[in-house]
Ligand binder design. Structure first.
Ligand SMILES: [Cu+2]
Length: 165
């Protein structure tokens, strides 16, 4: 009898877990989630020197937590193998001025400081040119944190972008 109760409890727990996953809205536990697909843009499309990046793909996600933090993760495929790429949250959509500049926590500081921005990179790709980056900052991203950009090594040219919505 005890054994049977244990099994019922286990089934109920599993059912609850499945319900939570299935019903998780963009607002799970007070968090706000935006995400989008990574595609080639800017230099990857307009500059022959970056043509190797025309087929990059992947996805990016931003979570604004209920306790005021921001977590950004990016997954990119089609990059060069074993190579390090910078990646930042930018303040315009990919199609608007090539995503413009970096989103800044404190907009009164114009210098490029990692501590004042949201950088899911740098990340380093594997043997197959697949890379994953993420970051967590103690700041709730404002509404203008709308895109994530991937930059080419050395030059910093913009080669990939994801619009978050
Ligand atoms: Cu950037």
């Amino acid at each position: 009898m005890v054994k049977k109760l244990g099994r019922v409890t286990a089934v109920l727990s599993l059912t609850s877990a499945l319900f939570i996953v299935a019903s998780a809205p963009a607002n799970a536990a007070g968090a706000q989630v935006t995400r989008g697909e990574v595609g080639a843009f800017a230099a990857a499309l307009n500059d022959a020197a970056y043509a190797q990046y025309q087929d990059i793909s992947g996805h990016a996600q931003m979570v604004r937590t209920a306790d005021g933090k921001t977590i950004v993760a990016i997954h990119v495929e089609g990059l060069a193998p074993n190579t390090t790429y910078a990646s930042h949250v930018h303040k315009q959509a990919c199609g608007n001025g090539d995503a413009d500049g970096h989103y800044k926590l404190d907009t009164s500081i114009s210098a490029t400081l990692a501590s004042n921005e949201i950088w899911p990179g740098p990340f380093t790709t594997d043997d197959e040119g697949i890379g994953n980056g993420w970051t967590k900052v103690d700041h709730l991203a404002r509404s203008e944190a709308v895109s994530v950009v991937v930059h080419a090594p050395v030059t910093g040219a913009k080669i990939g972008c994801a619009d978050l919505s």
